[in-house]
Design a protein around this ligand. Structure first.
Ligand code: G4P
Length: 526
C-alpha cells in the first residue's frame, strides 16, 4: 500500500472523560470489536482508585499498566485505529493535555446521570483551543439519568460545543429500549444479554407501525416526538463543521452492555479525520510530505530500576519513519538512529520496521529526550506543543542525603523531562522549588528518586499562589521589574524567567506597579 493510502487510513484519537464515566469500559469494547483483545477485563483500568490517593505503591502499579495501555492499536474496516490513553485523575491532567497534542480527534464520554463534570470541562477546553474534532458518547443509558434534551443543553453551555445528535435513546434506565440511529436510519434494540446485530430494525420512516410493535406505543410516540424536535432544533450533521471543531456529533449507549458502541465506532471510522497537518514554529507540516518528522509527547521511565532507560513516545507527523535510519534530534543537534522502535498494541508490543503519520512509536532512550523534542530528516523544525501551565501546589525541595547530591540533581532533571512536575530555581538564593498540579506528584517524586536514583529528598512548605511567566517588550520597564522583584523571581527548567506570586493580591500589585509587563499563566512566552 502506498504511503499516502497508509496515512489516509489512520485514525488516531484519545478518549477523555471524568473518572468513572466509562472510558476504560468503552476502550475495552472498541478493542474487542477490533479483535485486539479476546476477552473483557483485558484492559486494566489505569485510574487511581479514589481511596488510594496518597498510596504511591498504587501509583507505581498504575504506571506499569499505563505503559502497556499508552497506545492501543487495532484494525477495523480497513482503518488503522490508534487509541491514545489519557489518565483521568486530575493530578495527572498535564499528561492528558500533552497526549492531546498527539491525537487528531477525541471522543468525550459523559455519564448520563452525572452530566458534564469538572475534569471533562477542563479537557474539552483544551481540545476547543486546538480545534480538535470531538464526538460525544453519552454512557450508562441503562441507568436513570438526566433528560436527553437537558443534557444536550448542558453540553452546549458547559462545554461550549455545538451538538448534533446522531442517535437518540428510546427511554432510559428501566424503560430503556434502544437507540434510534439517525445517521443510519435504524433502531437498535437494547437487550443486555443478547447479540446486538440480531436486534437492528431498519426504520426509514418513524411512523412505521413496526416501531410500536418493537418498543410499545407510548415509547414509540415519545421517540417520534423527540426526533421531530431534534430535527427542528439542531442543524444537520456537517462533516466539515465537525472536522473544524465547530460541530460535535452525539451518540447514546451503554458501554458495559456493549450497546451503541458499534454504531459509534462505525461512524467514527467514517467521519473522524486522518492525520492532520501540524504546526511548527517555522511552518505547517502536512502528513503527506515525503520527509519524516515527528515529536515526543510523552516519556515513560522504565519500571525496572536496573535498567535506567526510558521509553519516549513519538507521534509521526509526516513522511515515513524507518528503523535503523539516522534522524536529526533538533534540540541536541545530533543524528540518532533507533534499532528497536516499538509499536504498542493492546496486549503486546512489537518492533516496527516502518511507521506512518498518525502512528505512535516507542523509542528506547537513555536520557536524550525531553517532552516536546522534534525529530526530522534534517530540516530545523520545532513542533508546537502544549505549554506548561502554572502549577497549583509548590514546595521547596531539600537534599536529605548529602552523599547523593549528584543523584538527586540527575533524578530531578530526568523526572522534570518526563513532565512529572515543574522545577523552579530561585534567583536570589538558588533554592529549588517543585510545582505540581496535584498533591500526588510529590509522593511520586520522592518515591521514584529513592527507587530509581538512590537519592533522598524532603519537602518544606512554601506559601505560593501561582507561577507566572514574564513577557515585556520594553527593556527599561523589564529591567526595573527585575530589580524590584528579585526576591520573587525564579527560572524554569528552560531558563525562562518566572515570578512566584505569594497571593492573588501580590500578583495584582505586581501587575499594577508594572503595567508594561505581562504575567502569563502558561510558559508560551514567545
Ligand atoms: P473510567 O475509565 O472512565 O474511570 O470508568 P470505567 O470504565 O472504569 O467505569 C466506571 C464504572 O462504571 C465501572 O463500574 C463500570 O463497570 C461502570 N460502567 C461503565 N459503563 C457502564 C454502563 O454503560 N452502564 C452502567 N450501569 N455502568 C457502566 P465499577 O463498579 O466502578 O467497576 P467494575 O467493578 O464494574 O469494573
Amino acid at each position: 500500500m502506498s504511503r499516502i493510502k497508509e496515512l489516509e487510513r489512520r485514525r488516531t484519537f484519545g478518549i477523555v472523560s471524568h473518572p468513572d464515566a466509562g472510558k476504560t469500559t468503552l476502550t475495552e469494547k472498541l478493542l474487542l470489536f477490533g479483535g485486539a483483545i479476546q476477552s473483557a477485563g483485558a484492559v486494566k483500568s489505569n485510574k487511581i482508585k479514589k481511596h488510594a490517593t496518597s498510596d504511591f505503591m498504587e501509583i507505581e502499579k498504575q504506571r506499569g499498566i499505563s505503559v502497556a495501555t499508552s497506545v492501543m492499536a487495532f484494525e477495523y474496516r480497513d482503518r488503522k485505529v490508534n487509541i491514545l490513553d489519557t489518565p483521568g485523575h486530575k493530578d495527572f491532567a498535564e499528561d492528558t493535555f500533552r497526549t492531546l497534542t498527539a491525537v487528531d480527534s477525541v471522543i468525550v464520554v459523559i455519564d448520563v446521570a452525572k452530566g458534564v463534570e469538572a475534569q471533562t470541562e477542563k479537557l474539552v477546553e483544551v481540545c476547543r483551543m486546538r480545534k480538535t474534532p470531538i464526538i460525544v458518547f453519552i454512557n450508562k443509558m441503562d441507568r436513570e439519568g438526566k433528560d436527553g434534551f437537558d443534557l444536550l443543553d448542558e453540553i452546549e453551555n458547559k462545554l461550549k460545543l455545538k451538538v448534533v445528535p446522531l442517535s437518540w435513546p428510546a427511554g432510559m434506565g428501566q424503560r430503556f429500549k434502544g437507540v434510534y440511529n439517525k445517521y443510519k436510519e435504524d433502531l437498535v434494540l437494547f437487550n443486555p444479554h443478547g447479540k446486538q446485530s440480531e436486534d437492528v430494525v431498519k426504520i426509514n420512516d418513524l411512523n412505521d407501525p413496526i416501531l410500536d410493535e418493537k418498543i410499545g406505543e407510548s415509547l414509540a410516540n415519545e421517540l417520534r416526538e423527540e426526533v421531530n424536535v431534534i430535527e427542528e432544533v439542531y442543524p444537520d450533521f456537517d462533516r466539515d463543521a465537525y472536522l473544524n471543531g465547530d460541530q460535535s456529533p452525539v451518540f447514546f449507549g451503554s458501554a458495559v452492555n456493549n450497546f451503541g458502541v458499534k454504531e459509534l465506532l462505525d461512524c467514527f471510522v467514517e467521519i473522524a479525520p486522518s492525520p492532520l497537518p501540524r504546526e511548527t514554529e517555522e511552518r505547517m507540516v502536512k502528513p503527506e510530505e515525503e520527509d519524516f518528522t515527528g515529536f515526543i509527547f510523552k516519556i515513560h521511565a522504565n519500571m525496572d530500576p536496573k535498567h535506567r532507560d526510558r521509553i519516549a513516545f513519538m507521534r509521526i507527523c509526516s513522511g515515513l519513519f524507518e528503523r535503523n535510519t539516522n534522524y536529526l534530534h533538533i534540540r541536541k543537534e545530533k543524528k540518532i538512529k533507533f534499532s528497536n522502535p516499538t509499536a504498542f498494541m493492546a496486549e503486546k508490543k512489537e518492533v516496527v520496521d516502518m511507521a506512518y503519520p498518525g502512528d505512535i512509536v516507542g523509542l528506547y532512550d537513555s536520557g536524550n529526550f525531553k517532552i516536546g523534542d522534534t525529530l526530522t530528516e534534517g530540516e530545523k523544525l520545532h513542533f508546537k506543543g502544549i505549554p506548561s501551565f502554572s502549577p497549583e501546589q509548590f514546595r521547596f525541595v531539600n537534599n536529605s542525603d548529602p552523599l547523593k547530591t549528584k543523584q538527586l540533581a540527575k533524578g530531578l532533571v530526568q523526572l522534570m523531562d518526563e513532565g512529572v512536575a515543574q522545577l523552579f530555581t530561585k534567583q536570589d538564593n538558588g533554592r529549588k522549588i517543585i510545582g505540581t498540579v496535584g498533591a500526588l506528584q510529590f509522593d511520586v517524586i520522592q518515591y521514584r528518586l529513592k527507587h530509581e536514583y538512590g537519592a533522598s529528598c524532603d519537602y518544606e512548605p512554601i506559601n505560593l499562589h501561582k507561577a507566572c511567566w514574564i513577557k515585556c517588550d520594553d527593556p527599561v520597564a523589564y529591567k526595573e521589574f527585575i530589580s524590584k522583584r528579585k526576591r520573587d523571581l525564579a527560572h524554569d527548567k528552560d531558563g525562562k524567567v518566572v515570578m512566584l506570586a505569594e497571593s492573588s493580591w501580590a500578583l495584582k500589585m505586581a501587575q499594577d506597579n508594572h503595567p508594561k509587563v505581562e504575567f502569563l499563566f502558561t510558559s508560551e512566552v514567545d
